[in-house]
Design a protein around this ligand. Structure first.
Ligand code: SF4
Length: 178
């Protein structure tokens, strides 16, 4: 069953509600995330189960998946990422418009998982910044949903100016992203 989004902090009275712009924007962003699933292996199958009727990601009312980076703001990386795939992943990330967030779903995306080999990227945070890591090999759909809810918390509480801050610019510079 779909739930109403929680009201942000503010002042409510008879026929009115007032809050800060930052909280109103955070509420809107957190409840209108458009994920881009970047699925390369088994964790992607677990994500398909998360989308199915049993776990029903649609309960958030924001499960509109986008395979176009320009129309999405949540990059979900699911599966083993080889070193050759790293630049492709980075290109997808840079094509996404700000503000954008990233979830590394599963052990492979988070750390290379069991594939401690010459050809596998030992975590996508070697090439792009990550906001939430979901553990597991594979993580269960509940864990993927938990990861999305953690992203929602981050999005809700992100200051409006964060993307212009020197700290954020420094983070991007570290990844050589302009
Ligand atoms: S973490 Fe496990 S289930 Fe997920 S892609 Fe890697 S090997 Fe497959």
């Amino acid at each position: 069953m779909a739930n109403m989004a929680e009201m942000p902090e503010g002042y409510a009275g008879e026929g009115f509600f007032a809050t800060s712009l930052s909280k109103a924007v955070g509420l809107a962003r957190a409840n209108s995330l458009w994920p881009l699933p970047f699925a390369t292996s088994c964790c992607g199958i677990e994500f398909m189960a998360t989308m199915g009727s049993n776990y029903d990601l649609a309960r958030f009312g924001m499960e509109r998946l986008s395979f176009s980076p320009r129309q999405s703001d949540l990059l979900m990386v699911m599966g083993t990422i080889s070193k050759k795939m790293g630049p492709v992943l980075k290109q997808v990330y840079t094509q996404m418009a700000e503000p954008k967030w990233v979830i590394a779903v599963g052990a492979c995306a988070s750390s290379g998982g069991i594939f401690d080999t010459y050809s596998v990227l030992q975590g996508i945070d070697k090439v792009i910044p990550v906001d939430v890591y979901v553990p597991g090999c594979p993580p269960r759909p509940e864990q993927i949903i938990d990861g999305i809810m953690k992203i929602q918390e981050l999005v809700k509480n992100e200051p409006l100016r964060r993307r212009y801050s020197p700290e954020y610019q420094h983070l991007l510079e570290k990844y050589q992203i302009s």
